[in-house]
Design a protein around this ligand. Structure first.
Ligand code: NAD
Ligand code: UFG
Length: 347
């Protein structure tokens, strides 16, 4: 694939930083735009240390149109990978305006600036949350879409907005139409095998894997397992955990697709392994990988949780030539290396 200059919004964050490593290794030039609202510049320093390559960092907000205009005027950007956004489900219920402002209005401002500067290739971070409570598993991309909270709705609104851009291009026979890839991530976990970059949540983690890691390292006492009476293998919730390095590779494949002739329009892919693991199975895999005990107790269900969610990943295999190659043991041992080397994250 030819090397190109990629704008990575949210590139200092968890998935963004891992994707920057893969992009630099593949020879791309990078400009990272991040307001550091949920990340540290240390992550980008380590990305450059891991790869031995440099990237350009612009500290700023995707809602800042003059800054975006300067950025596009000063760099000849070929395509955008758009990670920037807020992602905490509970917080989105308490602060919906903040979520719609950051995620929806932010993406709109970014796309307006892109169009004004003739950059119309974008890979967008969507989420399996857009499937709501699916009628069955595994989930294919044509399942009905619904969302149960403002975070999920912000992803749905953005997906719809991007589809509208493409429909308008078709209606007007636009000469340089949008090429858009929507990637619906399942549950990203794990860390770079170097142990230098990983997930660094603020405060007490909401998500399972970072919580388990912090119990294993002794920062938290025990895991509360939310619900033991689901209709699953052992009564606990089942999810499709995917190694963040596999996920990052999916973005390289998406970029390749954007560069192919005939990529105009919107393509949507699930990025998951296709395997579901229960909470108890995830705990056992982590104990095995870390050699530490992870005490837990089963408590009531968490509001809004679903029993089981895992991907049918065949479309990404067929059209992107992508599949996940790392398993739950790799996810746990890499998460553990990161957690034990960096008990306080980047700080
Ligand atoms: P993250 O919080 O680690 O990274 C997001 C980055 O965006 C952060 O560095 C943050 O500082 C930056 N940011 C936020 N708002 C911004 C703004 N207005 N302008 C500029 N920068 C801004 O999150 P992540 O886990 O790396 O997720 C990346 C993307 O993937 C997000 O869009 C998220 O919704 C999506 N996603 C994540 C998961 C997950 O479980 N981690 C699952 C599905 C989808
Ligand atoms: N869980 C526990 N205890 C915890 C945390 C989680 O038992 O302390 C359970 C949950 O009930 C669920 C499973 O572990 O059964 C996974 O929970 P996570 O919070 O890690 O992940 P979710 O599937 O609930 O949600 C995540 C992201 C969403 C995203 C979704 C799909 O948080 O933003 O994956 O990508 F939309």
């Amino acid at each position: 694939m030819s090397n190109s200059k990629v704008l990575v919004t949210g590139g200092a964050g968890y998935i963004g930083s891992h994707t920057c490593v893969q992009l630099l290794d593949a020879g791309h030039e990078l400009v990272v735009l991040d307001n550091l609202s949920n990340s540290s510049p240390e992550a980008l320093r380590r990305v450059q240390q891991i790869t031995g390559k440099t990237l350009q960092f612009v500290e700023g907000d995707i809602r800042d149109r003059p800054l975006l205009d300067d950025l596009f005027a000063n760099h000849s950007i070929d395509s955008v990978i758009h990670f920037a956004g807020l992602k905490a489900v509970g917080e989105s219920v308490q602060q919906p305006l903040h979520y719609y402002q950051n995620n929806v209005a932010g993406t709109l401002t970014l796309c307006e600036a892109m169009a004004a500067h003739g950059v119309k290739k974008i890979v967008f971070s969507s989420s399996a949350t857009v499937y709501g409570d699916p009628a069955s598993v595994p989930i294919t991309e044509d399942f009905p879409l619904s969302a149960t909270n403002p975070y999920g709705r912000s992803k749905l609104h953005i997906e719809e907005m991007l589809r509208d851009f493409s429909v308008a291009d078709q209606a007007t026979n636009e000469l340089s139409p949008w090429s858009i890839v929507l990637l619906r991530y399942f549950n990203p976990v794990g860390a770079h095998p170097s142990g230098q970059i990983g997930e660094d949540p603020n405060g007490i983690p909401n998500n399972l894997m970072p919580y388990i890691s912090q119990v294993a390292v002794g920062k938290l006492e025990q895991l509360s397992v939310f619900g033991g009476d689901y209709d699953t293998v052992d009564g606990t919730g089942v999810r499709d955990y995917i190694h963040v390095v596999d996920l990052a590779n999916g973005h390289l494949k998406a970029l390749e697709k954007l560069d192919q002739p005939g990529s105009e329009g919107v393509s949507t892919y699930n990025l998951g392994t296709g395997n579901g693991y229960s909470v108890i199975q995830a705990v056992e895999a982590f104990e095995q990988a870390s050699g530490r005990q992870v005490p837990y107790k089963i408590v009531g269900r968490r509001a809004g949780d679903i029993a089981a969610c895992y991907a049918a990943p065949a479309l990404a295999a067929k059209e992107l030539n992508w599949h996940a190659s790392l398993n739950i043991d790799d996810m746990c041992s890499d998460a553990w290396r990161w957690q034990s080397n960096n008990p306080d994250g980047y700080s």
